[in-house]
Design a protein around this ligand. Structure first.
Ligand SMILES: Cc1ncc(COP(=O)(O)O)c(C=O)c1O
Length: 397
């Protein structure tokens, strides 16, 4: 059977693939410590679940408006005003099946063959493939550990070509945890506006942040910046709702209505009861956000303190998210059973097979020196996983 060029240009999500592999190994009875998951280990708060049950009982089980129920769009506009200081109207919001779906709709709406799209590395795994599906070209700009994995205005300006259509910004960043200050965002925004480049601002980790300064939405920096920004967010990480599949995009009416057309010819509305639950998530009590953030912070401090004691592994303090991006490259000149462990894929394979501990190879995020560890698990699990990493690395010669 002939497959399209389009489908041949993409690969499966490496993080989801690894999670499936870990799941299969566990099902075989292997005792694996997973540092690979991309989701909170907390359950969805009860008030949100209860709202879904009520919606179900009330028979809210039929199609909704393609771009989401009005109540949810109003909850999102209220949230964007309250938390992010940006005013959007109801018709400037589209609710989709997770932020990943929002990003796909955006790419299908604004990108095509011949377009360049700037993606700072390390990047979230799906950006490259989503861009490739449209026929546009990802232009990867590598950021360094020295700059805290932040894109500098100079790097941004130097990457622009006459074909540059958009830039992906993700902060706090998956996998590095890096975020931007208001001043840094102002610089990047100025360049984007001057060159008429759309900013796709992925803010799904905005509430899992450890810096004293609050998260700044780039769209809040002025009307001109807002015109060039598509703000993407999700209920997944903030409310521990990864399985519910609710994300959204906020942008000008023309873009939102074009994205709605794509959604109307593909998935239609996101699940009705998940939308009603999301209204409660956004409008109801918000206290679990802070209590869970504090718990993540405790785990972050623990994992950082412990990782420092593992020889040859270094890691910076992330500004946000529940990931650390640790550099293992000091071990890359070593061997195991005669095999050189000289890149992040081989290191992750070695740790999984020899140490029963699952990490994501950094190359999946565009950086081969590092591996990503999730600290969305209990301190006991983190402790056991780090002990295994430490002991397994000692077997390298
Ligand atoms: C940076 C980033 N953006 C978007 C997503 C997608 O989230 P959702 O569950 O809303 O599709 C993820 C999920 O891991 C992510 O890490």
């Amino acid at each position: 059977m002939k497959l399209t060029r389009r489908i041949q240009s993409i690969k499966p999500s490496p993080t989801l693939e690894l999670s499936a592999k870990v799941g299969a190994l566990k099902a075989e009875g292997k005792d694996i410590i997973g540092f690979a998951a991309g989701e909170p280990d907390f359950d969805t708060p009860d008030n949100i679940k209860e709202a879904a049950v009520i919606a179900l009982r009330q028979g809210k089980t039929i199609y909704t408006a393609v771009s989401g129920i009005p109540e949810l769009k109003d909850a999102i506009t209220a949230k964007l005003k309250r938390d992010n200081g940006v005013s959007y109207k109801r018709e400037e919001i589209i609710v989709s099946c997770g932020a990943k779906h929002s990003l796909y709709n955006i790419a299908m709406t604004i990108l095509e063959e011949g377009d360049d799209v700037i993606i700072p590395a390390p990047y979230w795994v799906s950006y490259i493939d989503i861009v490739c599906l449209t026929g546009a070209t990802p232009v990867i700009v590598e950021t360094t550990k020295e700059s805290g994995f932040r894109l500098s205005p100079e790097q941004f300006a130097a990457a622009i070509t006459p074909r540059t259509r958009a830039i992906f910004l993700n902060y706090p960043n998956n996998p590095t945890g890096a975020t931007y200050t208001r001043e840094q965002l102002q610089e990047l925004a100025r360049i984007a506006v001057k060159n008429e480049i759309m900013i796709i601002s992925d803010e799904v980790y905005e509430k899992i942040i450890y810096t004293p300064e609050p998260h700044v939405s780039i769209a809040s920096l002025g009307e001109d910046v807002k015109d060039f920004t598509i703000t993407v967010n999700s209920l997944s990480k903030t409310y521990s709702m990864t399985g519910w599949r609710i994300g959204y995009a906020a942008a000008n009416k023309k873009l939102v209505s074009a994205m709605t057309n794509i959604q109307s010819q593909s998935t239609s509305n996101p699940t009705s009861i998940a939308q009603y639950a999301s209204v409660e998530a956004l409008n109801g009590p918000q206290d679990t956000i802070e209590s869970r953030r504090l718990e993540f912070e405790k785990r972050k401090d623990y994992i950082l303190k412990r990782i420092e004691t593992i020889p040859g592994v270094t890691c910076d303090n992330p500004d946000g998210t529940f990931y650390i991006f640790a550099d293992f490259s000091a071990h890359y000149d070593k061997k195991h059973n005669g095999l050189n462990i000289d890149n992040s894929v081989k290191m992750a394979g070695f740790l999984l097979e020899e140490g029963n501990v699952a990490l994501v190879p950094g190359i999946a995020f565009g950086n081969d020196s590092c591996l990503r560890l999730t600290f969305a698990s209990s301190i006991e699990t983190i402790k056991e996983g780090l002990d295994r990493i430490n002991n397994t690395l000692k077997r390298l010669e």
